[in-house]
Design a binder for this molecule. Structure first.
Ligand SMILES: [Zn+2]
Length: 100
């Protein structure tokens, strides 16, 4: 199961934009850390055969989040005032002890 230097494994190459054969050029804890594309010979971190999210997907996620925040806006925080419209700080009587 452990990868070894020089092993040929599949991975996604961003330059070739597809899964290609890669040689393991760096190992981390017995797993491929860096690989080299056998088609274009570019080195990159091993990405477990996962394609990175495309710009289109990122844009879509952005829109989705924007819609979500529009549907559920954060609750408004009204200014705290006493019954007669005077802010609490001003209404507080000076010198009074804080006893129950
Ligand atoms: Zn490539």
């Amino acid at each position: 199961m452990d990868a070894r230097l020089g092993d040929v494994i599949d991975d996604f190459c961003v330059k070739c934009r597809r899964l290609t054969n890669h040689s393991v050029v760096s190992l981390l804890n017995g797993a491929a850390a860096k690989v080299r594309c056998r088609t274009c010979y570019s080195d990159h971190d091993y990405r477990n055969e996962q394609a990175p999210p495309s710009k289109k997907d990122l844009k879509k996620a952005e829109l989705f989040n924007a819609v979500l925040s529009g549907v559920a806006p954060p609750p408004a925080a009204p200014e705290e005032v006493t019954g007669d419209g005077v802010p609490k700080k001003a209404a507080k009587k000076p010198g009074k002890r804080a006893e129950a």
